[in-house]
Design a protein around this ligand. Structure first.
Ligand code: MOS
Length: 680
């Protein structure tokens, strides 16, 4: 057991992760070999609300089955601040897909077969899963994610709107959408005596260790979380998910290592969705396009178990200075799974409202939408530079912005743009560096690499600071026994961990560390001294072609231009930017999780019916950046890049669709069935 752990942490260090991934030697959570591994399969609730009275297993299935756990026989768990994690503890059913039992068997096939044969004795109750802007259950929450005030008010919005010569009043709707990382959420759990070992696909080994510790009544250091390689997460792996708790329960009861891998369909109910929003946005402006008032109000949903509020109106507080500005959120608690983190929570849907409404304003005034934004951003030179250089690189023509003019055979061609922003965050972390001799160094920090290239970039930062080639750096990450690191989320990973790595390397080189061969640096104090609300900015440009025959929308060109401080690795940065842009394009055109009001279930809960962009959907895509270090943020001068790519991309595509067709799609996604009836 111990040797297995040492191997996992000490690795045979894959200095270059590319070859490890291509050759298959890079291990993901469910791939760690275990003796006597058993397999857990979840029995999901078939109803959205009700009571579970009993679980009956078919005796014919019992041979390979080691245990069937449900609340009637499962070990007691301590309370967690995430009630979705305290599984199998009560008879209450709060959402469809909720784990009601876990079947553990000696083979995966037996576990699945037995789970399907399990009989549930359920008393169903009436449920409500429909978000409506006039839902009587809507209320103003105490805060919105990540802990911001639900409302803000400056000046007198109503008075300013009443006298504004130009106004826009529009409702934008974004549907529920789901995170679909390539690697599903997966855990292998094993108890070494009273210590819990988890191979778990997550964005935050320390956080998962602390959460599982709380639930199992253990100090965090008795929980060892390994997350060496991760196949994407987008926020859905930012916190522990039920698969980790179920695997740990199963292992406790059977005395064997137990694996729980979520099938794609189960991910739709167990890993969280981006909540749908209904946004009303009202804008007042002068005839020259100077903004005088904005009111941005969002209605959204959460679950019965937890208040998680998608903060779609928040971005409007930071984007343009407006003397009269009001923002607010209302939420209704429904019988649905809890919404969760998804790339740019708040900003991604919120900028659909704001940046599409600004496009409507520009059209009314007859002003180039790029110029409209420049006119309202004089205090934000980096954003203005993104707008100008993005427009130039794209070949943007602001001269004639009347819609529906360019035709190429059956295709209507149009261009659109939108602004983007994302907070530049940093969180406390600790790194350790050791001199191994011969100019070789080991750098250790419990960071998580989602597939973004975090391991590579941290090694580069260390190599720069130590003045050695990057091959001399042995990076150890993805393990909760390493020095504490913040979550791979909020676009803060590289800034937070890189700062700690820089500090440790400088301490070693300067000899200020007590040991000549090892130094540790904790950024907590420096991070706490940071002040102010800092942001990255960007501009998105899109060209679309809409077929007048089929209504099909093709995005023929997509460009993102960013101010993200110093870009540390152009190759991995570009991949983050264009990944976000494509995800935003998917949000504009394809992605929609359809909830059946009668059954309370996501109808299209697989990749055959839930559509995300494929290679064929991405034609010409490019990302560029100003590359101006921002020395106030951290020693590298970098800002986060993981999320800003998704922020303005949907609005740019939607604005281009309007330019091509004269139709404003205000209810996402812009599918051909919505567009076709309006086409010439
Ligand atoms: Mo991202 S939603 O902050 O992991």
């Amino acid at each position: 057991m111990t040797s297995m752990l040492t191997r996992a942490v000490g690795a045979p260090v894959a200095r270059l992760e590319g070859p490890a991934k291509v050759s298959g030697s890079a291990r993901y959570a469910a791939e760690y070999p275990q003796d006597h591994l058993a397999y857990g399969w979840i029995v999901p609730s078939p109803v959205a609300r009700g009571r579970l009275d009993a679980v009956l297993i078919d005796p014919a299935e019992e041979e390979d089955v080691l245990a069937v756990l449900w609340y009637g026989n499962a070990p007691h768990l301590e309370k967690s601040d995430d009630p979705e994690l305290t599984v199998l503890q009560s008879d209450e059913i709060r959402y469809r897909g909720q784990p009601l039992a876990l079947v553990i068997a000696t083979t995966l096939e037996a576990a699945r077969r037995s789970a399907q044969a399990v009989q549930l004795d359920i008393a169903g109750e009436e449920h409500d899963v429909e978000l409506r802007a006039d839902h009587p259950g809507l209320y103003t929450p105490s805060s919105v994610v990540p802990g911001l005030p639900a409302e803000s008010a400056d000046g007198d919005v109503e008075a300013a709107l009443a006298v504004a010569p130009v106004t826009v009043d529009a409702v934008y709707e974004t549907p529920a959408v789901h995170n679909n990382p390539m690697e599903p959420h997966a855990t292998i759990a094993r108890w070494d005596g009273q210590d819990l070992v988890l191979y778990d696909s997550n964005q935050h080994p320390h956080g998962v260790a602390a959460t599982l510790g709380t639930i199992f009544g253990l100090p965090a250091e008795r929980v060892h979380v390994v997350a060496e390689h991760i196949g994407g997460g987008f926020g859905s792996k930012g916190t522990a998910r039920p698969n980790a708790v179920l695997a740990a329960l199963g292992s406790w009861v059977t005395g064997r290592p137990v694996q729980v891998v979520l099938p794609r369909q189960a991910m739709f109910s167990l890993v969280g969705h981006r909540a749908p929003t209904v946004q009303r946005i009202r804008i007042g402006a002068t005839e020259d396009g100077v903004l005088t008032a904005i009111d941005h109000q969002t209605c959204t949903q959460s679950s019965r178990l937890l208040e998680f509020v998608e903060s779609a109106s928040v971005v409007t507080r930071d984007m343009y200075p407006v003397p009269n500005l009001r923002t607010g959120h209302q939420v209704v608690r429904l019988d649905v799974p809890t919404p969760r983190w998804m790339r740019a929570p708040g900003e991604a849907p919120g900028m659909v409202g704001l940046e599409c409404a600004l496009d409507e304003l520009a059209d009314q005034i007859g002003l180039d939408p790029v110029e409209l934004r420049i006119r309202n951003s004089s205090a934000n030179p980096r954003y203005v530079e993104c707008l100008r250089s993005g427009a130039e690189r794209f070949g943007w023509s602001g001269r004639d912005r009347r819609a529906g003019q360019r035709r190429d055979g059956e295709w209507l061609v149009g261009t659109g743009m939108a602004g983007a922003t994302y907070p530049a965050l940093v969180m406390p972390s600790t790194a350790r560096v050791r001199a191994l001799g011969d100019d070789e160094y080991e750098v250790a920090i419990a960071a998580a690499d989602l597939g973004t290239g975090a391991r590579t970039v941290l090694a580069q930062i260390a190599a720069d600071e130590l003045g050695v080639p990057v091959e001399r750096i042995h990076m150890l990450i993805g393990d909760s026994t390493l020095p504490q690191a913040s979550v791979a989320g909020g676009s803060s990973g590289t800034a937070s961990w890189g700062w700690a790595v820089t500090g440790a390397c400088r301490a070693l080189r300067s000899g200020t560390s007590p040991s000549p061969v090892e130094a540790t640096f904790d950024t907590t104090e420096s991070v706490q001294q940071q002040q102010g609300n800092k942001h990255a900015f960007g501009a998105h440009f899109a060209e679309v072609r809409v077929s007048t025959v089929t209504g099909e929308i093709r995005v023929s060109r997509l460009l993102g231009m960013y101010d993200a401080g110093r870009v540390l690795n152009p190759r991995t940065a570009r991949s983050q930017f264009i990944g976000g842009m494509i995800m935003g394009m998917g949000m504009a055109l394809h992605e929609e999780s359809v909830l059946d009001p009668a059954q309370g279930t996501w109808v299209n809960h697989d990749l055959a019916e839930y559509h995300i962009p494929t290679h064929a959907d991405v034609e010409q895509i490019d990302a560029a950046w100003l590359d101006t270090p921002d020395p106030d943020l951290n020693p590298m001068g970098s800002k986060g890049i993981g999320e800003i790519g998704i922020v303005g991309s949907p609005a740019a595509v939607l604005n281009a669709i309007w330019h091509a067709t004269t139709t404003r799609i205000r209810h996402l996604p812009a599918r051909l069935d919505k567009l076709l009836p309006t086409l010439p």
